[in-house]
Design a protein around this ligand. Structure first.
Ligand SMILES: [Zn+2]
Length: 684
């Protein structure tokens, strides 16, 4: 099932990193790069950058970096070949491969098998709806009654499950799927020696993940007579690909529209989503039954910071609207609430008035969450002073969760005037809550730091953050990133990843090895000195100078070995090879180094723009490489001397001591020679 290198190259060349990343976060252009809030860690100001020219992304907050394929792997949780197929599908590239036999399906990992069988089931339910008589006479009329047209039915891939014990299971087993996978997918229930379909005589709503794969089903019963003991709605159980609390119904169909509208409408049920979609309102998702979870909020936050909750006008609906909203505030998102006239839900209301009037209604009646809550509670409490006091406390608690200090101030003012109470009282109350929260955060932070310290100790070889290279990136970029900060965040929002821990001390060897690898992968194909040594690449020069040296850093040594092996086969690798490397450690480290080289170039461009002449790195490759090699050799020589000294202290035989001493003297001579060449003076 290997994908041939030709196809991989085609996918790499075709897939546009801006487009692919843009499916998940909204990118904003700033200088040569595009920026967004990182989809891999939780943050409130953008430190995730995409460099379209290089085809790479890099987060200055959490350190994730890679090319378009790595991005899809990480964001979708896919393997390398899965990510390639995902991109191939998006760009209509044929990946030549055979039809899978059931055995092969089995041998693939469970996740992939689940996607395959769930997709098979979805197709079956769709076919049943359109081609079976029961689908046409029972399922289809239900959707028609709800006012769904055929295009809508196809967009949401709605279907019907026949009212038989094993209608689907028989079909699936015939198709080569195993009992095991049918059970794991939650499609069939096996009990004793009996088997039966989970979904029988129900209309089917497939639930898609953010990239459009079917991961579960929601199903509504239609017959009312013999179903007294059956639930109206039945969902797939939790499986390896379906975690109810992580997903929002309709997110795949809505994500583009959410980004464009910069708002997400949140409704309760499947049919609300579908009706609004058909009425031309596409930026809508449903939390389907559960109250909103943190994961769901973060899913929305990938696309917008604005949520408008659209719920029924009845007391239960309003209560549901209030649940979960504090969490949304805490995540720094802006929440508005729209309540429909009593008796109407979004579905019925949009049918009554149509899409345009619906949008107008939302615009006119959307209230920010705080005002909504205050008005509602005040109406309930009337003049009861105790109830009013409770409400004020409650309001302050909600407002305190908003991370943005300016927004907090505005809401305190609003609440003060709504409640007829002074702002100072509210702020004093809020400070109490804030101090408590701070104490808790401090405790959590200490715990986290202890954990990280332990992790670093256990990590072998050192990760980019552990050796400090990543930290220097984020510090340098601090000023630049500062431009994105929308406001001064209160202390509790500061990102623990961005706070510089004490820098672990770095050996001279590691600096010189890094510089060596940086020059080699950034400029390896460039001529070292076109006049003095025509036709000699920097790669050739560098590799020839380090014969016999083993790098201290394991990743750098790996990169050097890869370059050498390819060079011996007549191939001089360039930066794009490493940007697209399958090994994520090599890839991340390479991108860090290439970004560093790019930075040098940018500041050089800046000098040119201001007509200050500064030689570019490419102008002085020879000098840079020469100095680096000398320093690298010096550092390795020092390491060698230190080792010899230790050996000498442990050796007691005179002959062995002599051997070590001779070697030490040799190293000492080399040290002097290098020092002369470097023009530095060594004492003693
Ligand atoms: Zn990040």
């Amino acid at each position: 099932m290997r994908i041939d290198p030709e196809t991989i190259r085609l996918i790499q060349q075709t897939a546009d990193i801006v487009e692919v990343v843009g499916d998940y976060v909204s990118l904003k252009k700033r200088g040569a790069n595009l920026w967004a809030c990182c989809p891999f860690h939780n943050e409130k100001s953008p430190s995730f950058s995409v460099a379209p020219a290089k085809g790479i992304y890099k987060c200055f907050g959490c350190g994730k970096a890679g090319d378009v394929i790595r991005f899809v792997m990480d964001v979708e949780g896919l393997s390398y070949p899965e990510a390639l197929r995902h991109l191939a599908k998006k760009y209509g590239i044929d990946v030549p491969e055979r039809e899978l036999t059931p055995d092969e399906v089995l041998s693939q990992n469970v996740k992939e098998s689940l996607y395959i069988v769930l997709n098979h089931a979805k197709n079956h339910f769709q076919k049943t709806l359109f081609e079976y008589s029961e689908g046409q006479s029972v399922g289809y009329p239900y959707f028609k009654e709800r006012g769904f047209n055929d295009l809508t039915i196809k967009t949401f891939e709605l279907g019907y499950s026949i009212d038989e014990w094993e209608g689907y299971t028989r079909e699936a087993l015939k198709g080569g799927f195993t009992k095991d996978i049918l059970e794991k997918a939650g499609l069939t229930i096996f009990r004793d020696d009996k088997q039966y379909d989970r979904f029988r005589g129900r209309v089917i709503f497939p639930i898609h993940n953010v990239s459009g794969k079917v991961i579960a089903f929601g199903a509504r019963i239609l017959k009312t007579d013999k179903t007294a003991n059956q639930p109206k709605y039945l969902n797939s159980p939790e499986t390896e690909v379906y975690h109810k609390s992580n997903i929002l119904y309709g997110i795949f169909q809505a994500k583009q529209a959410i980004r464009n509208a910069d708002t997400c409408f949140l409704v309760e049920g499947y049919t609300d989503v579908i009706s609004l979609h058909q009425a031309g309102i596409h930026n809508v998702v449903a939390s389907s039954g559960t109250s909103l979870t943190l994961e769901q909020i973060r899913l929305i936050a990938r696309f917008t910071q604005n949520i408008t909750v659209l719920y029924d006008g009845d007391p239960a609906g309003i209560k549901a609207a209030l649940r979960g909203t504090d969490m949304v505030l805490e995540e720094g998102l802006n929440v508005k609430v729209v309540v429909f006239p009593d008796g109407d839900d979004p579905d019925s209301y949009v049918k009554k008035v149509g899409g345009e009037a619906f949008k107008r209604y939302i615009e006119e009646s959307a209230k920010d969450f705080i005002t909504f809550k205050a008005e509602l509670s005040l109406r309930e409490a009337g003049n009861d002073p105790f109830r009013r006091a409770e409400i004020i406390k409650d309001m302050v608690e909600s407002i305190s969760k908003i991370p943005d200090s300016i927004k907090r101030t505005v809401f305190f003012q609003k609440t003060a005037s709504l409640m007829g109470i002074s702002e100072e009282v509210l702020i004093a109350e809020s400070n109490k809550i804030y101090i408590q929260a701070q104490k808790q955060k401090q405790k959590d932070k200490e715990r986290e730091q202890n954990r990280q310290r332990l992790d670093q100790k256990n990590q072998q070889p050192p990760s980019p953050t552990a050796d400090g290279s990543m930290m220097s990136f984020s510090e340098e970029d601090g000023e630049f990133l500062g431009e994105f900060l929308p406001d001064i965040p209160p202390p509790q929002t500061s990102d623990p990843v961005k706070q510089a821990p004490e820098k672990p001390s770095r050996s001279p060897v590691s600096y010189q090895e890094e510089e060596f690898v940086r020059l080699m992968i950034s400029y390896g194909t460039k001529p070292i000195d076109p006049v003095a040594a025509p036709g000699v690449s920097l790669m050739q020069y560098l590799l020839s100078e380090i014969d016999g040296i083993t790098f201290d850093n394991a990743i750098y040594q790996q990169i050097v070995s890869i370059c050498r092996d390819n060079f011996l086969n007549g191939l001089v690798l360039d930066s794009s090879f490493f940007i697209g490397h399958v090994d994520s450690n090599i890839q991340t480290e390479s991108i860090n180094l290439i970004t560093l080289s790019e930075k040098h170039q940018t500041s050089e461009n800046w000098s040119k723009m201001h007509q200050i002449w500064v030689p570019t790195e490419t102008d002085k490759l020879h000098d840079m490489a020469y100095t680096n090699i000398l320093r690298l050799k010096k550092a390795h020589n020092e390491l060698r001397m230190a080792t010899l000294k230790k050996q000498l202290a442990q050796t007691h035989e005179p002959e062995a001591q002599n051997v070590i001493l001779n070697e030490f003297l040799e190293a000492k001579l080399l040290e002097k020679e290098i020092a002369k060449l470097l023009g530095t003076v060594i004492g003693k």
